[in-house]
Design a protein around this ligand. Structure first.
Ligand code: 5GP
Ligand code: ZN
Length: 117
């Protein structure tokens, strides 16, 4: 199991080498504001451990997935997103994935169109 990929931007944020506007940190999960926000609230929720994307998840990751969504809910509650929000994870080049460390975009604070582009 790869814990840290020295070529990975988000592993750099987890380790503190790359600064980020943190909104949550615990032993398994980190959440920080997206550098190019697409909504009034745009937070990235990621595992500390390097996992490339949702395609790479296995049953062994069940616990960390539950933790990730627990942090999504906490950040949404703290941001007052009681009218709703969106959780997005891109997988692969056609989706627009640019950082290959699993992350859930938490977007809220404005009405969302459907389907996404
Ligand atoms: P993806 O395109 O892979 O789904 O999402 C990657 C996200 O990471 C993008 O929304 C992008 O704005 C964000 N991002 C890229 N580089 C940085 C950075 O250095 N710091 C932060 N906080 N966000 C970043
Ligand atoms: Zn990584």
């Amino acid at each position: 199991m790869t814990e840290h990929d020295s070529d990975c931007l988000f592993c750099g944020i987890v380790s503190g080498e790359i600064p980020a506007d943190m909104v949550h940190e615990d032993d398994e999960v980190v959440a920080f504001r997206d550098i190019a926000p697409r909504a009034p609230t745009h937070v990235l929720v990621i595992p500390r451990r390097h996992i490339a994307d949702a395609q790479a998840l296995t049953h062994a990751d069940a616990a960390v997935l539950a933790r990730l969504f627990g942090v999504v809910r906490k950040v949404a509650d703290e941001a007052g997103l009681d009218r709703g929000y969106r959780v997005v994870t891109n997988v692969g080049p056609e989706s627009g994935q640019t950082v290959f460390h699993l992350h859930f975009h938490l977007l809220g604070g404005r009405p969302m169109a459907w389907p996404p582009g």
